[in-house]
Design a protein around this ligand. Structure first.
Ligand code: G4P
Length: 285
């Protein structure tokens, strides 16, 4: 589901997250491991401000493991109250680290509470992230049952409920939904390449041009292997022609069908036919 964000929606989403922050000890910021910056909300630091936070690089199963390690080093700065871990919410890989790390980050606060005679309680957490990043999948995985409605919308209010994750952790059952940074065209293309935003919002051929240029630069061998290319043509139209003709994307009369070629390339990237790909690296920031 893609939400069309307007200034009113953004303000409302921000208000809703800010309200929820009052109830919790720690924030789990879910990002897509393939695009950890483009899948972040541009105002996240300001919105979360002084809460401890764990950045969860979700969908790590689809990302380039080497690049994910670079991102973990980038985010896990020593001494910072923000930490990052890589997870796969669909299978649950890595998610057991969430509770352990939360306890570490909150130890001081909870020890203080205890020394003041406050009865020990579970850590309370909120999951936030842009649409499609996997928030509902993670809540369900942590809760080991079906709780979060995939595709719930900002603006739909209902009573807040806590979801128990073992004895020591509780999650708010509705995640905080935030908007991505659309002003930047590259960010839009990266989000579109991973399927985080609807294909109708950005022209499919434009997404494929972006993706093919990226692959030419970052993963040339995989591009050559997948489409049986000896060399990658520099000219993007020639590259479309080469892929389209190899894969039979033609119109009547034999001309290359660029829409079909674009659709094929995007579909194959998303279904990992070109392997595990990360579209952003920390060194390029
Ligand atoms: P949201 O609440 O943040 O909006 O996201 P949601 O959980 O609905 O997840 C969006 C899509 O991402 C879902 O696919 C979900 O299965 C997939 N997903 C979530 N976490 C992971 C992960 O760690 N690894 C992988 N590979 N996929 C993950 P879907 O229901 O099939 O939707 P779609 O593919 O049709 O968009």
């Amino acid at each position: 589901m893609t939400i069309q964000w307007f200034p009113g929606h953004m303000a409302k989403a921000r208000r809703q997250v800010t309200e929820k922050l009052k109830l919790i000890d720690i924030v789990y910021e879910l990002v897509d491991a393939r695009i950890p910056v483009s899948s972040r909300n541009p105002m996240i630091d300001e919105i979360i401000s002084n809460k401890p936070r764990i950045i969860l690089l979700n969908k790590a199963d689809m990302a380039d493991a080497k690049v994910t390690r670079e991102w973990l080093d980038y985010f896990n700065l020593p001494g910072s109250s923000t930490k990052a871990i890589a997870i796969d919410s669909q299978t649950g890989k890595g998610i057991q680290q969430i509770a352990t790390l939360s306890k570490e980050l909150l130890k001081e606060k909870f020890d203080k509470m205890q020394s003041r005679g406050i009865r020990p309680r579970a850590i309370r957490a909120l999951i936030v992230g842009i649409p499609n990043v996997g928030k509902s999948t993670l809540i369900n995985r942590l809760a080991k049952k079906n709780i979060a409605q995939t595709g719930d919308r900002p603006g739909v209010t209902k009573a807040q409920q806590w979801v128990k994750v073992g004895k020591e952790l509780e999650l708010l059952d509705t995640p905080g939904i935030l908007w991505p940074k659309f002003e930047d065209q590259e960010v839009g293309y990266r989000l579109a390449t991973t399927g985080a935003i609807k294909d109708t919002i950005i022209n499919l051929q434009d997404i494929a041009v972006f993706a093919l240029r990226f692959l030419t630069d970052a993963y040339p061998e995989r591009l050559k292997d997948r489409y049986g290319l000896e060399e990658i043509p520099e000219d993007i139209v020639e590259l479309f022609d080469a892929i389209g003709s190899k894969r039979g994307c033609k119109m009547s009369g034999g001309h290359i069908d660029y829409d079909k070629t674009a659709e094929l390339v995007i579909r194959e990237i998303r279904s990992e036919k070109l392997g595990k790909i990360s579209l952003e690296r920390p060194e390029k920031l």
